[in-house]
Write a protein that binds this ligand. Structure first.
Ligand SMILES: Cc1cc2nc3c(=O)[nH]c(=O)nc-3n(C[C@H](O)[C@H](O)[C@H](O)COP(=O)(O)O)c2cc1C
Length: 171
């Protein structure tokens, strides 16, 4: 799916979230960007970090229709690399020559893939994404959450994973 790209953040690439995302990406054939390798530095009020990896990554994302945000729940929130990326979206609202990119985000469809240690996804975690997408006028299309208590193993959350793949294909 050339029109899809996933942004991935976790403290381990091949942990639970990575395994779930890899499974989906292998079948639907979309690219995964590991934010820990993307040199997206934290938000800077002075915008002195414009030469880091954020702007090249944004140009890449804006070439796709669907963006999958994949992360584990860490303390009801996202891991630091995902938070830095989301904070940096502020640049698109503040820096005059990036505002057009901010407007282009409005056409994008957003999805969330999350793992955690309990059955229900943390309301705080998913609200952060939903509210951010709404603020940016992105279209939030839905999420996949897999309880990986005890570690992800093939077969866990299978029906939810299948439903998510169908959602991603169909949008
Ligand atoms: C630092 C840390 C914080 C966590 N916080 C939560 C939490 O708030 N709620 C929860 O259900 N699970 C929590 N977990 C469990 C992880 O969400 C779960 O094991 C997840 O599948 C890990 O994915 P990963 O292998 O990609 O890191 C936490 C795990 C870690 C390491």
């Amino acid at each position: 799916m050339l029109s899809t790209i996933a942004l991935f953040a976790s403290s381990r690439r091949h942990g639970n979230t990575g395994a779930v995302l890899d499974k989906i990406a292998a079948e639907l054939r979309f690219e995964i960007v590991d934010l820990s390798e993307s040199n997206v530095t934290p938000y800077d009020y002075a915008h002195a970090n414009r030469a880091d990896g954020f702007e090249p990554l944004m140009r890449k994302l804006l070439g796709r229709d669907k963006i999958v945000f994949a992360a584990p729940v860490y303390w009801y929130s996202v891991p630091p690399h995902m938070k830095s990326f989301i904070d940096r979206l502020t640049d698109l609202l503040e820096i005059p020559d990036l505002r057009e990119q901010g407007r282009q985000l409005r056409a994008k469809r957003a999805f969330v893939v999350a793992t955690s240690g309990i059955d229900q996804i943390s309301p705080a975690f998913i609200s952060m994404f939903r509210d951010t997408f709404a603020y940016l006028s992105m279209q939030y299309c839905g999420h996949l959450h897999v309880n990986c208590d005890g570690g992800y193993k093939n077969g866990i959350g299978e029906s939810d994973i299948e439903a998510f793949k169908a959602l991603l294909r169909g949008q």
